[in-house]
Design a protein around this ligand. Sequence first.
Ligand code: NAD
Ligand code: HSO
Ligand code: ZN
Length: 430
Amino acid sequence: MPLRLDSADTDFEQRFSDLLAGKREASQEVGDVVAGIIADVRKRGDEAVVELTNRFDKADVSAQTLRFTPEEIAAASARVTPEVRAALQTAHDRIKAHHEKQKPVDHVYTDDIGVTLGSRWTAVDAVGIYVPGGLASYPSSVLMNAVPAHVAGVKRIAMVVPTPNGHYSPAILAAAEIAGVTEIYRIGGAQAVAALAYGTATIPRVDKVVGPGNAYVAAAKRQVFGQVGIDMIAGPSEVLVIADGSANPAWVAADLIAQAEHGGGAQSILVTTDPGLADAVAAEVDRQLSLLPKQSIAREGWEEFGAIITVDSLDIATELANRIASEHVELAVDDPQSLVPAIRHAGAIFLGHHTPEAIGDYVGGSNHVLPTARSARFASGLGVLDFVKRTSILGCTPSSLSALADAAVTIAEVEALDGHGRSISIRLNR
Ligand SMILES: NC(=O)c1ccc[n+]([C@@H]2O[C@H](COP(=O)([O-])OP(=O)(O)OC[C@H]3O[C@@H](n4cnc5c(N)ncnc54)[C@H](O)[C@@H]3O)[C@@H](O)[C@H]2O)c1
Ligand SMILES: N[C@H](CO)Cc1c[nH]c[nH+]1
Ligand SMILES: [Zn+2]
């Protein structure tokens, strides 16, 4: 049974805190396993990557077959149906159009004393994109990772995707082809992240690793940060549905199940002002789950991490939403726009009864690689800004340098850095 809470209950705070603290992400044990894998890949390179891939993915690879050949990519891509290709193309075009609007612009200005100041954006040279592939296959994640990188102007995109038992969906390679990605390795997990970060004989190192993945991938990204950049931690998926009495229980239930079916610690939470809706959604989730196979991942996910919370007002609902800081927040309420300003911590917000989170997973145009595990308090979803860096530009004239010199030299003296002061005064013959 999923957790049932009511914000008016005396033990609510304690039980809500327990819900937030629930261990869905990397444990100490996962962190230790990942540290061992990273050290092994750094030491033994391809040999370790091959051995770990064959152990965890049962993939039967060698250093020679780690990378998909152009022929394999073309052949797999040719196997997808015209419908699948067209759907991927639609997704690609919509994601591209939306991300084009995120491109930052350079600016330069000269202030009132003649100092020139500016910001210039340049793309990261080489990025590694992680496409998850353990429990499910995610062609959509190929597009969500690769399209913003292309829009940003990244020159080299290296993609990794695990191939459990040697299998992969042709749609993965078709999506890569549509997105213009040609460097693709059949590896996953922490060993893939380590190979991208440190490089091996077969896999040249990159500057930044992005993309979603399970707890092992999330832990590996945390541990290689500094050696390379990372986007954020996009781990096991989450949805928080805020609903009032106008919501359709069957639609809300379907959305909760959709997120729970990601498995691996995925979490679905309903917060509602309507106790009748809470009961109806609980019954409807059970009914819809009963139509699925007994061992369905969605049932496991819902029962282990799901929760239904009743609250007295939408104000309390939004306050809880900010504390949960969910990856996705659906506003299944009469007037969704009125709640938007109150939601400050969310990876993405979905407006109204006709915007299921799954439309954003695929073709809405916004990115589905989003911060999880409450990291929406400080992080944003993947976008063009993840693939560029900002360099500041500063230029003084003799007169503007002279105008600023005294203050600068004074601060240099306070810091006891005489060389700094001298490098300024020498130019002014002081
Ligand atoms: N936040 C997002 O944007 C987003 C998008 C898509 C998927 N996801 C999430 O990504 C995750 C995908 O997970 P997945 O497992 O299907 O694929 P995955 O590719 O993330 O992980 C598979 C890899 O995990 C490693 N692994 C598995 N068990 C291991 C063990 N015991 N020891 C060491 N390594 C091990 C293996 O190397 C394997 O290749 C899900 O949690 C899903 O919710 C998130
Ligand atoms: N909901 C996931 C992000 O949390 C993304 C996804 C891909 N495919 C289906 N869903
Ligand atoms: Zn999804």
